[in-house]
Write a protein of this length. Structure first.
Length: 256
């Protein structure tokens, strides 16, 4: 199943790369939430491949269905969780920070996670209990021990104006860390925490397909991921805090 997921992510990523930088059709799901023909083409390929190889598996995908929100198909202990284009706004503006991300859930537990960045040809993969890799090379979280020395990353939820603690968290982390980034792709952000490029990440308002693969990548790379109160994270209930584990308690102190 891991090899199937890797091949599928690469094929979907190639579709995105072929359409990147070209004039494409864009529509709105909300005031600033976009969907492009690239999202739809990528998801179509992924869903068709899953149905062909694993017809009894369930599928949870972002763009499918009349509402363009999600669709759950089939009844199975196995569920594929898909974001065919994480970073759609970046993609639509020609900013090369986006990814295909997919995960496989078995009996409520993520057992495979893949995030593929086609512009850099970087494929992050994890299988439960077998570690995490980037392009087949083992990866691990950073060894940064203090928040003051950490490079953090976050995302802005679409409704951030209604999040009463958003500005406070942002300001506190700016003041307490070495630096802060906002790239516009939660899937890539989490993969970068897993491989040590970032030391920590937090965000509100994410969906299961944004974080499913990243959860496994970080845990298999030796990091920690939780709710803001430190309890075990569930992909169906935002918000999320992820880190190398060493600065996690300091981050939670800010988020609480």
């Amino acid at each position: 199943m891991l090899n199937f997921a890797i091949e599928t992510a690469r094929n979907a990523g190639n579709i995105l790369l072929e359409k990147f930088g070209r004039k494409i059709q864009i529509s709105k799901k909300g005031d600033i939430d976009l969907v492009t023909e690239a999202d739809l083409a990528s998801e179509k390929l992924i869903v068709e491949r899953i149905k062909s190889h694993y017809p009894k598996h369930s599928i949870l995908a972002e763009e499918s269905g009349e509402s363009n929100v999600l669709v759950i198909e089939g009844e199975s202990r196995w569920k594929w969780i898909i974001d065919p284009l994480d970073g759609t706004t970046n993609f639509a503006h020609g900013y090369p920070c986006f990814a295909v991300t997919l995960a496989l859930e078995h009996n409520g537990e993520i057992v495979i996670g893949i995030t593929y960045d086609p512009t850099r040809d970087e494929l992050f993969a994890a299988e439960k209990g077998k570690g995490a890799t980037m392009n087949n090379r083992p990866i691990a979280v950073s060894e940064t021990e203090e928040l003051s020395e950490a490079l953090l990353v976050t995302g802005f939820p679409y409704n951030f104006k209604s999040k009463e603690n958003f500005a406070r968290h942002l300001t506190e982390f700016l003041l307490r860390s070495r630096g802060l980034r906002r790239d516009g792709s939660a899937a890539i952000d989490l993969a970068y925490v897993a491989c040590g490029r970032f030391d920590g990440f937090w965000e509100e308002g994410l969906k299961p397909w944004d974080v499913a693969a990243g959860l496994l990548l970080i845990e298999e790379a030796g990091g920690r991921i939780s709710f803001y109160d430190g309890t075990r994270y569930n992909i169906y209930s935002p918000p999320v805090c992820a880190s190398n584990g060493l600065i996690h308690d300091e981050m939670l102190a800010v988020l609480r």
